[in-house]
Design a protein around this ligand. Structure first.
Ligand SMILES: Cc1cc2nc3c(=O)[nH]c(=O)nc-3n(C[C@H](O)[C@H](O)[C@H](O)COP(=O)(O)OP(=O)(O)OC[C@H]3O[C@@H](n4cnc5c(N)ncnc54)[C@H](O)[C@@H]3O)c2cc1C
Length: 346
């Protein structure tokens, strides 16, 4: 039986950064991840400024392309823009983000095992798990296996929700970004957001509660975007995710701590999933270092409160057609409110 301080289930961005924080504190840590290589995933790929700074403090300089803030655009091409108050965010391909994080984790001495955690057994002194027929023991298990977290389910920590199910689809196009902001376009039944991720590459994500429409059909619902992309070659296949809303009964269960999307997620509309997840990673490790894992539950609620509130409010507003149509004009009429809201997400 191998014994370590911390096992991390899931080597996505949040799992890897949790492991990095743990290594920084000299903990012995193993990350268990089934997928080899740089993992792609449906994501808007806008890394918010706070996450850019957090990663820089861990010595990780992100490739990609900076963006200065957020622009909302409606079907009549009315626009409102707000810059981030303290420096840019970074648009970065998931594969590039993952490669950068994997390299840093490897260089910091994070051990990585290819596989999935099959069984979790908790005792007062820690956790035992099986991976590929071998047993590993750890003081704590961080569950960072994503939105549909198989371990959250296995541990009985899923909190089912029937509310307003939304889905995301994304694809990349080879075209010089036409804006140095993330653009969010609003149509009747979906939002489309465009993130510059390279010198000649943009990511285009659709978020909607409607199922059954293809990505190309959605593009037609956004003629302003379709016009920008006319003649541009697709540079990736369409990837999807959802339902986006996921909840956990609790984020600390004995020696098991949920982090990142596995801990719960509202929607991608406000684009701060990574920033919140990475802040959670640090709070998780901090709680272990002082020997009070239960403190992480409070920290998680504090870290995610603003984002959850803003996202729920925006989602609620935009489900009412008349409010949805009024959103961009209202933001134009109240630029200070829009600026403050964007600053909250930065
Ligand atoms: C359409 C869309 C757009 C988005 N746009 C943005 C955006 O612009 N900006 C932003 O910050 N966030 C955005 N997000 C959210 C962001 O993608 C997530 O918050 C982020 O990826 C969470 O990282 P994670 O490490 O928690 O999970 P993931 O990135 O999902 O990683 C989970 C990892 O766990 C592994 N795994 C799965 N099962 C197991 C298992 N049983 N055992 C071990 N490992 C396992 C998976 O292989 C994966 O590598 C968006 C999300 C969607 C769906």
């Amino acid at each position: 039986v191998r014994q370590v301080d911390l096992l991390v289930a899931g080597g996505g961005p949040v799992g890897l950064v949790t492991a990095l924080y743990a290594r920084t504190a000299d903990l012995r840590v193993i990350v268990v991840e089934p997928r080899a290589g740089a993992v792609d995933k449906a994501c808007g790929e806008g890394v918010m400024p706070s996450a850019v700074l957090r990663l820089a403090s861990l010595g990780i300089v992100l490739p990609g392309r900076p963006f200065q803030g957020i622009t909302y655009v409606d079907a009549q091409d009315r626009q409102v823009t707000a810059d981030f108050p303290h420096g840019p965010g970074q648009g970065v391909r998931r594969t590039a983000l993952h490669a950068a994080l994997r390299t840093s984790a490897h260089n910091a001495g994070v051990e990585r095992i290819n596989g999935v955690i099959e069984q979790v057994r908790q005792s007062a002194s820690g956790v035992r798990v099986d991976v590929g027929g071998r047993t590993y023991a750890a003081s704590f298990l961080a569950v960072a296996d994503g939105l549909h977290s198989p371990l959250r389910h296995e541990l009985g920590l899923d909190r089912p929700t029937r509310r307003y199910r939304r889905y995301g689809l994304r694809r990349h196009f080879t075209v010089v970004p036409w804006s140095d902001h993330v653009e969010v376009h609003w149509s009747e039944h979906a939002e489309m957001y465009i993130t510059p991720v390279g010198g000649d590459l943009v990511g285009v994500a659709v978020l909607t509660a409607r199922r059954g429409q293809t990505y190309d059909q959605w593009l037609k619902a956004f003629p302003l975007v379709a016009e920008r992309l006319r003649g541009a070659e697709p540079a990736s296949r369409v990837m999807g995710a959802g339902p986006l809303r996921q909840r956990a009964k609790r984020v600390v269960d004995g020696q098991v701590l949920l982090v990142g999307d596995a801990a719960g997620y509202v929607d991608a509309l406000t684009g701060e999933g990574l920033a919140v997840g990475l802040a959670g990673a640090q709070a998780l490790v901090d709680s272990l270092l002082v020997g009070r894992p239960q403190d992480y539950a409070h920290a998680w609620h504090d870290i995610t409160r603003t984002s959850r509130l803003l996202t729920e409010t925006l989602l609620w507003t935009t489900r009412v057609p008349v409010l949805r149509r009024a959103l961009v004009p209202a933001a134009r009429a109240l630029p200070t409110v829009f600026r403050r809201t964007v600053a909250q997400l930065a």
